[in-house]
Unconditional design. Structure first.
Length: 709
C-alpha cells in the first residue's frame, strides 16, 4: 500500500496540554531561541497556509507533469489556482509561466494533440476566457473574449479547434406587459422576477438565469466562437472528438420533459460542419462521459441501470459505433461507484471508491479487469471525504494525487512498481508541528453484526499510556451516500488540536461498499444507521481512552440529519452541532433545489401522498425528546438544505427552552467551508460550543481562575 500512514514514532512525542484546560486561547507554545515563539499544534489561521495538488497531466514526452497548485488567498478569502510544472528527471518544480497580472487563476489545462500547446481557462478583466500556452516559445495567447464562462475544453484531433461548453443567455417573457412608464429620475422598486422553470435555482450559484449551456468551437489560431448545439436543453460535461470525422460526442437530456427526468441522459454527436445533432445511444438510464477509441470504432461511456434506488453504481460500457444496439459492460462485477476514466493506449484506467478509499483499476476493451495496488486522495481538505486525481502517460506511467493521514495531497509518480514523490506542498505548515494521531477502529453493528469502518484521531502528542480520559466528538458525514476514509481532514485536525478525540465512520447507507450496503436506508432514512453510529461511540469508549461524561456529536447535511435524529433518540451527548440539516422531509421535498430528484429517488411517492411516512423519519418528529444543548449552523445561501429547515428546528428548541443557538454563515451555500474563512468559522463555532459544555474545560478554567487569584 503506497499511502503513507502516520508513523508510530508520533506516539512518543511529548504530550502537550492533553485535555483539561486545553483551548484555542492557550494552545501549547514552546519558547525557542530569542523572542520567536514556536506553535506546536495547528492554529485556525493555518487554514490559509494549506496547498493541494490537483488535475495533473503528462506532457507528450512523458517527461514532465503539469498540474493545478491550489492555495488559499487570505486577501480575497478564496482558493487561488496556478499551473505548475515538474520535470520528472531533475525534480525541477516551477510555475508553468510567469505570473501575468491580467491572467488570474489559470485552470483546466488540456494538452494539444501534438503536445506543443496547453489550453487553459483563466480570468481576465471581463471574466473567464480561453488561453493557450506554447511550450516551445513560452508565449501565452488569449483566444476568446466571451461574455460567459467556458468549460470542458476539448482539442480537435488536428489541433486546429477547441470545443467548449458555455452558458448562452435566453429570454423570459413578461407576464404583465402594461406597466406604466417610469418618470425620468423616479426611483421605483424594480420589476417582478418571473420564474417559469421547474429548476429555477441551484445551490452554489443562486437563481438560474434564462438560457442554456451549449457546445461551441473556436479556432486555435484566433477567431470567433461558433455555437453548435441548440434547443432548450443543457449540453454539459465531458466531450470526445471523433479522431477521423468532424463529430463531437457529448451527453445530454434533450427530452422536452428533461427537468422532471433528473437521472436521464443519452449520448449524442454533433457535426462541426453542419451542426446536425444525432442520437447515438438511448438505453434506459443515464449515459455519460463519452470516450472514443483511437481508431474511432468504439464508444466508451459510463451508464447506470436506473431502478429509482437512492444509490446506484455506474458501469463502464463499450459499444461499436456501427451497431449501437448491443452495448457491453466492461465492469459487470464491480459493485462500486466509478469516478474518473482515462485512456492509456488501448486500456482504460479508472478510479472507484471502495471501503472509504479511492482506488485505481484498469480494464481492456475486451473486459479484462485488473485492480491496481494504488490509493489516491487528499483533496477534500475540510472533512475526510474520499477524493483523488490521476493522469496516464503513453509510456505506461501514472501520476496520482495521494495524501498522508495528516497532510493534504501531493503528486506521486508511479512507474511500474517504483513510486516517487514529486511534490511537497505542505512541509512549511506541518513539518514543525505535532498533528493528530489517527487509528482505525473495528466496529460491528449491534443489530446484525455488519462491519462498520471507523477511524479515531487523538490530540497531538497523544500518549497511549496516559490514564487521562479524552472528550470525544463523533463527526458524521453527509450524503448520506458518501464515504469518509483514513485521509487528511483539516476540520478533524483542528478539533483534535483543541484537545478532543474525534471519531468518524461509514455507517450503513454510505457509499464505497456496494449497492446493498448503501440501500439498506433506501426509503428508510434515518433508521439503523443511527444505531451504527452509537456502536461507533461505544467502540470508542471501549478503547478505555474516552470520557463518557464528555461526548459530543456533529455532522453536516446528511450528517446534520443524523445528528438531529440522534439527540431525539438519546441524551448521552453533552452538546450537539446540527449543520445544514434536513429537519422535516415534507418541507425539504418542496424547497430543495433538486426537488425533482429527491421526490423520485429518495421518496416512494409524492410527499403529499406519504406524509405520515416522511414525518416518521423527520428529526422534527423527535424534537420533543431533545434535552441536549444544540447549535444549528447553516449557510444563508444554502439551497440544497434550505435554511428554513434550520429555522424550524431552532424554533422548536427555543419553544422548549432547550439551550440553543443558530449560527448563520452569510453568503455560504451548502458547501459551507468552500471559503477558507468559512471553514474556520465552522470549526471554531463547533469547538467553542462544545467547550461550553465540556466539564473538563470548565473544570480547567475554574482551576486557572483560582490559581490566578
Amino acid at each position: 500500500m503506497l499511502k503513507i500512514k502516520l508513523k508510530k514514532a508520533l506516539l512518543s512525542l511529548s504530550c502537550i496540554a492533553m485535555c483539561a484546560g486545553f483551548s484555542a486561547s492557550n494552545q501549547a507554545v514552546e519558547q525557542g531561541d530569542g523572542n520567536q515563539e514556536h506553535i506546536s499544534t495547528l492554529r485556525y489561521q493555518d487554514v490559509f497556509n494549506l496547498e493541494v495538488a490537483a488535475s495533473p497531466l503528462f506532457t507528450a514526452d512523458s517527461k514532465s507533469i503539469i498540474y493545478e497548485r491550489v492555495s488559499m488567498d487570505i486577501m480575497t478569502d478564496s482558493r487561488r489556482i496556478a499551473l505548475w510544472q515538474i520535470d520528472i528527471d531533475s525534480g525541477k518544480h516551477s510555475p508553468l509561466f510567469n505570473v501575468n497580472p491580467s491572467v488570474k487563476n489559470p485552470r483546466q489545462a488540456s494538452l494539444s494533440p501534438d503536445g506543443e500547446r496547453v489550453a487553459f481557462i483563466a480570468n481576465d478583466a471581463n471574466g473567464a476566457q480561453i488561453f493557450t500556452y506554447d511550450l516551445r516559445t513560452a508565449s501565452i495567447t488569449q483566444l476568446s473574449y466571451l461574455q460567459d464562462s467556458p468549460s470542458n475544453l476539448t482539442w480537435s484531433p488536428d489541433g486546429k479547434h477547441i470545443a467548449f461548453t458555455m452558458f448562452t443567455p435566453g429570454k423570459t417573457d413578461a407576464i404583465f406587459k402594461d406597466m406604466p412608464n417610469k418618470p425620468e429620475q423616479a426611483q421605483w422598486a424594480g420589476g417582478a422576477k418571473v420564474i417559469d422553470k421547474t429548476l429555477y435555482r441551484r445551490d452554489g450559484s443562486g437563481y438560474v438565469a434564462a438560457g442554456f449551456d451549449h457546445i461551441y468551437i473556436i479556432p486555435t489560431d484566433g477567431g470567433t466562437p461558433r455555437q453548435l448545439t441548440n434547443g432548450d436543453y443543457h449540453h454539459r460535461g465531458q466531450m470526445a472528438w471523433h479522431p477521423k470525422q468532424d463529430l463531437i460526442y457529448f451527453s445530454a437530456n434533450r427530452s422536452d420533459n428533461w427537468e422532471l427526468e433528473p437521472y436521464e441522459s443519452n449520448i449524442y454527436s454533433v457535426s462541426t460542419q453542419s451542426a446536425e445533432i444525432r442520437e447515438v445511444t438511448s438505453y434506459p438510464g443515464p449515459e455519460s462521459a463519452p470516450m472514443l477509441s483511437e481508431n474511432g470504432n468504439t464508444l466508451v461511456f459510463q451508464w447506470v441501470n436506473d431502478r429509482k434506488l437512492s444509490y446506484q453504481v455506474n458501469q463502464i460500457m463499450a459499444v461499436d459505433l456501427d451497431d449501437t444496439s448491443t452495448p457491453r459492460s466492461l465492469t459487470p462485477e464491480l459493485d462500486r461507484q466509478i469516478q474518473d476514466a482515462k485512456w492509456q493506449d488501448d486500456d482504460i484506467v479508472f478510479s472507484y471508491i471502495d471501503g472509504g478509499e479511492t482506488r485505481l483499476a484498469k480494464v481492456t476493451l475486451g473486459g479484462k479487469f485488473t485492480k491496481l495496488p494504488l490509493e489516491i486522495g487528499g483533496q477534500s481538505v475540510g472533512r475526510p471525504y474520499t477524493s483523488g486525481d490521476f493522469a496516464t502517460a503513453e509510456n505506461g506511467s501514472l501520476v496520482i494525487v495521494q495524501d498522508e493521514s495528516n497532510r493534504p495531497g501531493d503528486l506521486v509518480l508511479v512507474k511500474g512498481k517504483k513510486k516517487s514523490v514529486l511534490s511537497d506542498l505542505n512541509s512549511d505548515v506541518f513539518g514543525h508541528i505535532n498533528t493528530a494521531v489517527i487509528e482505525p477502529i473495528n466496529v460491528r453493528s449491534s443489530i446484525d453484526d455488519l462491519p462498520i469502518d471507523a477511524w479515531i484521531a487523538y490530540p497531538p502528542g497523544f500518549d497511549s499510556n496516559s490514564t487521562e480520559k479524552l472528550p470525544l466528538i463523533i463527526e458524521i458525514h453527509g450524503g448520506p451516500h458518501a464515504a469518509y476514509g483514513d485521509t487528511f481532514s483539516m476540520e478533524v485536525q483542528l478539533m483534535a488540536a483543541q484537545g478532543y478525540a474525534v471519531v468518524w465512520s461509514n455507517p450503513r447507507g454510505s457509499s464505497s461498499y456496494g449497492e446493498d450496503f448503501a440501500n439498506t436506508i433506501h426509503h428508510n432514512y434515518p433508521s439503523n444507521d443511527y444505531q451504527d453510529l452509537m456502536d461507533v461511540v461505544d467502540a470508542s469508549i471501549a478503547t478505555g481512552r474516552i470520557d463518557e461524561n464528555n461526548l459530543f456529536i456533529t455532522g453536516g447535511s446528511g450528517g446534520g440529519v443524523l445528528t438531529a435524529w440522534s439527540i431525539g433518540k438519546t441524551d448521552r451527548f453533552a452538546a450537539a452541532v446540527v449543520a445544514k440539516p434536513v429537519i422535516n422531509w415534507l418541507s425539504f421535498a418542496l424547497t430543495a433545489d433538486a426537488y425533482p430528484f429527491f421526490t423520485q429517488y429518495w421518496m416512494s411517492d409524492m410527499p403529499w401522498n406519504i406524509h405520515d411516512k416522511l414525518w416518521a423519519h423527520s428529526p422534527l418528529s423527535l424534537v420533543g425528546n431533545v434535552k441536549t444543548p444544540t447549535m444549528l449552523l447553516t449557510g444563508e445561501a444554502d439551497y440544497r438544505t434550505p435554511i428554513s429547515e434550520t429555522e424550524q428546528y431552532y424554533h422548536a428548541l427555543r419553544l422548549q427552552k432547550i439551550p440553543s443557538v443558530m449560527v448563520r454563515i452569510p453568503g455560504a451555500s451548502h458547501g459551507i467551508a468552500a471559503r477558507p474563512s468559512h471553514l474556520i468559522q465552522k470549526v471554531g463555532n463547533i469547538v467553542s460550543w462544545f467547550d461550553r459544555y465540556n466539564s473538563q474545560k470548565r473544570q480547567g478554567e475554574t482551576q486557572n481562575k483560582h490559581e490566578t487569584k
